[in-house]
Design a protein around this ligand. Structure first.
Ligand code: 9MJ
Length: 675
């Protein structure tokens, strides 16, 4: 009997090691060696044995990544070696000064540095005791952080145990938790589909996901970890010579280490690295806010030591500030497509991260109150990537005596209808509906936008004029426009009027998904519109569906379902749809997903990635044709990708396809498949 249990124990240990190895290959190396189904089988086998022999369950079992009940609060963890911050350099001169001090301090001419990307995530510490992940904590104030062990265990790239026979008694690994840009965009799409709040940037999304008291929620968010150093350890194998060897050691222990880490020499090496990473920044899968330079030799590091709370042997070289200080001149209220009133700060023009910013969103009344923003204040504006600039905070010391408090208007500033705020909403909304010219304009712009009916040339200036001159009231009116009405608009030459009419004509041939998206139903974004089109197959089935039917569709929850039903309950909306159909707006319909035959959807279950410029087709067109046959188009190559379609000047996706052995098609190959 004992013999038997020993055997089972060994089997369980082997299974765990194998599963963790596959996790490592998939999440860290991005180079899996078995299909998903094989992996799932291993995990199910382990779950079964653990169910039969619960005494064998251990905290480091892969089955325990998400297993714990929600916490009431996080407890505190004291870092036995403080988690220091880094000093910053904001320009080349400051780096030069840093390098000179380092050389003088060490009495050498040139110093060797490890150079790393500076992740814009959350610093965490992971403590492994005898090879098992025991605790994980946030940096907190550097001395004390929060115990977020259960949340960190849900991150698949973090090893639950070290893959070595004789693990060290103690190893504290430090690094950054972040959300990849692609995962961030996907999360926001899901949030939108569920009618929940979107995150402003990947860092906020990662922070919000890590601070969940319920690890089951964290587990649904794809978080990533990169290690960049060690804290406390008792480990005979820890390299004693260089930081880069410590990084290699961590990599050997299956911790993710950024591929971009390098060893360089001297000031030139640092600045070249800064330039090189700066040039790649937009294309990196994660958000970074600079690079980090660390003296490579550990004995040299020791010799230089620390100043107050930061090491003298390292510095962060930040990318140009995406934040700037300016004055808030006024607060206007904009009316969105769904009537939401958004306060917008009018700013004294300021240069932020390469562009001049004159407006910034203040989101809603609660935000203004929370940040105590007043007209006349000096404020800090932030611009992150492509997102709308926002006000980070005010500088209270600079507040003038005549600063003014702002209150949200009780009526829509455009149409004068009453503005209401529903109990569970942050935004006030204009109740004017499509009688409100602002909502009408936004609805028309949305209808014509690239991912909707794609009417080229129909921009906001033109729509403003069309609505203000009452020649267009609804999207359906676009299809009734004649050349005379258009050419009579200001600054509209006959040629441009003709071009617009042609673009409108061309837009009549569309897809059901685009049409549904174009309607601008609240909470129905592009992804949801595609799901609805794929599952229902016809507009009439969508119009007739009740909330129950809608919720049978994956990813459609009660909020979205209700928005759809409310939309079609408005006679006005149905009238516009009828007029659109009568004008000849059309699309192909099908029987819906439950009965979509294999013949109608030959690419069902197949995932494509498109990269580079195709000779004849636009990527958008290729995507539509693939989706029309039931296939999916994804933005990144993984082992789940079935085909990578490559055009001219392909990016790293092509290399990745080759390294993963994924079939690569050119345009001709794709067309063949589509036929
Ligand atoms: C980030 N944020 O990427 C450090 N960091 O080293 C890197 N942060 C760091 N290193 C010592 N790459 C303290 C902080």
């Amino acid at each position: 009997m004992n013999d038997n249990i020993e055997k089972i124990k060994q089997h369980v240990q082997d299974l765990r090691a194998e599963i963790e190895l596959h996790n490592y290959r998939y999440y860290v190396l991005d180079n899996p060696s078995i299909p998903d189904a094989e992996y799932d089988k291993l995990l199910r086998e382990l779950q079964q044995v653990e169910q039969d022999y619960p005494q064998l369950i251990t905290a480091d079992s892969p089955t325990q990544r998400v297993g714990a009940a929600p916490l009431k609060a996080f407890s505190q963890i004291t870092h036995r070696i403080p988690m220091l911050s880094l000093n910053n350099a904001f320009d080349d001169t400051e780096v030069e000064v840093f390098n000179r001090r380092v050389c003088e301090g060490l009495s050498v001419e040139h110093v060797e540095y490890t150079v790393e990307p500076k992740f814009d995530g959350l610093a965490v510490s992971l403590c492994y005791e005898n090879g098992i992940l025991k605790t994980g904590a946030t940096r907190g104030d550097g001395n004390t952080g929060e115990d977020i062990t259960l949340n960190l265990k849900t991150i698949k790239s973090i090893p639950l145990s070290l893959p070595v026979k004789n693990p060290p008694p103690l190893l504290e690994v430090r690094g950054e938790v972040l959300m990849l840009k692609a995962d961030f965009l996907a999360l926001n799409q899901r949030q939108l589909a569920k009618g929940e709040k979107e995150f402003a940037n990947p860092r906020n999304a990662a922070a919000g996901s890590l601070r969940q008291l319920d690890p089951a929620i964290t587990a649904t968010r794809r978080l990533t970890f990169f290690s960049y150093g060690v804290g406390q350890y008792e480990d005979a194998h820890m390299p004693h010579d260089t930081h880069s060897n410590i990084l290699s050691y961590l990599f050997d222990l299956h911790f993710p280490v950024a591929k971009e880490c390098q060893v360089v020499t001297g000031l030139r090496g640092l600045l070249d690295y800064y330039q090189a990473i700066g040039a790649q920044r937009e294309n990196l899968p994660y958000a970074i806010d600079g690079v980090v330079y660390k003296i490579n030799s550990l004995s040299q590091q020791e010799k230089l030591g620390f100043v107050s709370r930061a090491p003298r042997f390292a510095i962060a070289h930040k990318f140009p500030a995406q934040e700037a200080v300016t004055e808030l001149l006024a607060i206007d209220v904009q009316v969105g497509r769904t009537g939401a009133l958004t306060p917008v700060a009018r700013l004294k023009p300021v240069f932020v991260g390469g562009v001049t910013v004159t407006n910034a969103t203040l989101h809603n009344a609660d935000e203004i109150e929370r940040k105590d923003v007043r007209i006349g204040d000096t404020v800090i504006v932030r611009r992150a990537g492509d997102v709308i600039p926002e006000i980070v905070s005010v500088i209270p010391e600079k507040r003038p005596n005549d600063s003014q408090l702002f209150t949200m208007p009780s009526h829509c500033p455009v149409c004068g209808a009453k503005a209401v705020r529903l109990p569970d909403e942050a935004a006030s909304r204009c109740t004017g509906g499509l009688f409100c010219p602002a909502q009408r304009k936004q609805a028309i712009l949305h209808f014509a936008s690239r991912r909707a009916l794609d009417i080229e040339g129909l921009g906001d200036k033109l729509v403003d004029q069309m609505v203000d001159n009452a020649i267009v009231r609804t999207p359906a009116d676009l299809y009734k426009l004649g050349i005379t009405a258009l050419a009579n608009l200001e600054r509209m030459a006959d040629k441009s009027a003709n071009n617009i009419l042609q673009a409108i004509e061309k837009s009549k041939h569309t897809t059901l998904a685009r049409f549904i998206y174009a309607l601008g139903i609240r909470n129905v974004g592009e992804a949801t519109a595609k799901d609805l089109a794929a599952h229902l197959g016809s507009l009439n089935r969508l119009i007739e569906a009740d909330t129950e039917r809608l919720q049978q569709i994956p990813d459609i929850g009660p909020v979205v379902a209700q928005s759809i039903v409310d939309f079609f309950a408005e006679a006005h909306n149905c009238e516009v749809i009828e007029q659109l159909r009568a004008s000849g707006v059309h699309w192909d319909e099908h029987e819906g997903k439950s009965s979509l035959s294999a013949a109608a959807a030959p690419l069902q279950g197949k995932t494509f990635v498109l990269t580079g410029t195709l000779p004849a087709m636009s990527r958008e067109a290729a995507k539509e044709r693939i989706e029309a046959l039931g296939g999916k188009v994804s933005g990144s190559v993984s082992k789940k990708t079935d085909y990578v379609v490559v055009g001219a000047d392909p990016g790293s996706k092509h290399d990745k396809a080759l390294s993963l052995g994924i079939p690569v098609l050119d345009e001709a190959g794709l067309l063949e498949l589509l036929q």
